[in-house]
Design a protein around this ligand. Sequence first.
Ligand SMILES: *Cc1c(COP(=O)(O)O)cnc(C)c1O
Length: 233
Amino acid sequence: MTDSATDAVGGLNDVLDRIASAAKLAGRDSGEVTLVAVSKTFDADAIRPVLEAGHRVFGENRVQEAQGKWPGLKDEFGGVELHLIGPLQSNKTKEAVALFDVIESVDREKIAKTLAQEIDRFTSETDKPAPRLLVQVNTGAEPQKAGVLPEETKDFVTRCREVHGLDIEGLMCIPPFDEPPGPHFALLAKLAGELDLKTISMGMSGDFEDAVMLGATHVRVGSAIFGARPKPA
Ligand SMILES: *Cc1c(COP(=O)(O)O)cnc(C)c1O
């Protein structure tokens, strides 16, 4: 193994330990928290050691990049669960439905509609399950950021279900970069509770322990496992 491969497995184990400690502190069972290892920008050779170490849940933020490495890795390793954590364009929806097991970034009506059509097609043409779906919430109401506004979340989730027939499992957020994340995590957990949604995806390398304390069921951690990315992605 190369040094970076050893590092990634070390990073994985360190993050898993820290999740377990944070869960314990919060009086939660660490089995309630799933680590989504964010492998964007890293190639199959960098990801493979983490799969060999037994980890199976991964996140990618671009459909096209994921298509280049994950079909092969999914063939090589059974039981992979791949999450799309970046914005979804409607012209990539078909590919996303075929490749991802969870789509965390449902964020607008047009995508909900296209997803519903592509999921219908996919489930009738294959024997594979539809991807699980989360709605992304723009908790900081940042103009440049994807996601529905907190005050629109309830209506949007209801429309996804009732108009488009989509089964929404939970919520996801990416708090503003320059603010303490705690209030955003608390807000997302509150919205999920009000809507009776069981999945709460929040927390990244810098703040996943706070997210676990505040009720995350999924944390999305990249650089603390794989190391610094060459450039922002
Ligand atoms: C890149 C990314 C992450 C992981 O970020 P790190 O700081 O490297 O842990 C989590 N969530 C989303 C949506 C991302 O794009």
